[in-house]
Design a protein. Structure first.
Length: 172
């Protein structure tokens, strides 16, 4: 834009010199009023600036279309990279959640096994106590039986010793 303005400014000065410094004819516009000439010059500069902007925007469209083409060519790679990154993230999250679930399941399983073992151990202890009491009773019963048997044998031996004397006493 600056180069067009500079060119226009040079052309305007040349026209002003040729036409007599802005008096009389003006800048070739046919006007005798310098204010009108100045206004026309401003309008011409705006038109030139617009033309330059339009030309610049057209030249900017070419790299933009190239850039768009490059982007379209790279789009599958970008999508694949983003999808892979998201997939890796989701895989890691899923794996972490599965591990946490497994840990919780194992903890619950261990608690259940411990609870069942405690109840079974308590039951075994109670049974052992009952068996110990039964064994103690059997021992006492065995001792009483042995004592009774000893008394019976003593009584039979005593009877066996006394029996011949009693038989003779009964014969006579």
């Amino acid at each position: 834009m600056n180069t067009s303005l500079a060119l226009y400014d040079k052309e305007y000065r040349r026209r002003a010199l040729v036409s007599g410094g802005g008096s009389g004819q003006g800048s070739g516009s046919g006007s005798t009023d310098p204010a009108v000439d100045l206004k026309l010059a401003e309008l011409e500069m705006r038109v030139l600036a617009m033309d330059e902007n339009r030309a610049g925007s057209h030249s900017a469209l070419v790299p933009a279309s190239r850039s768009l083409g490059d982007f379209e060519a790279r789009l599958p790679q970008l999508i694949e990279r983003e999808v892979n990154a998201r997939f890796q993230q989701m895989t890691a999250t899923l794996q972490r959640e599965v591990e946490e679930t497994n840990i919780r399941a194992i903890e619950v399983f261990v608690k259940n096994v411990q609870a069942k073992l405690v109840s079974r151990i308590s039951l075994l202890e109670a049974n052992m106590n009952k068996q110990a009491e039964a064994m103690s009773e059997l021992r006492e019963s065995s001792q009483r039986t042995e004592e009774n048997l000893v008394r019976l044998i003593s009584g039979v031996e005593k009877l066996a010793r006394e029996l011949p004397a009693r038989i003779e006493a009964a014969r006579t």
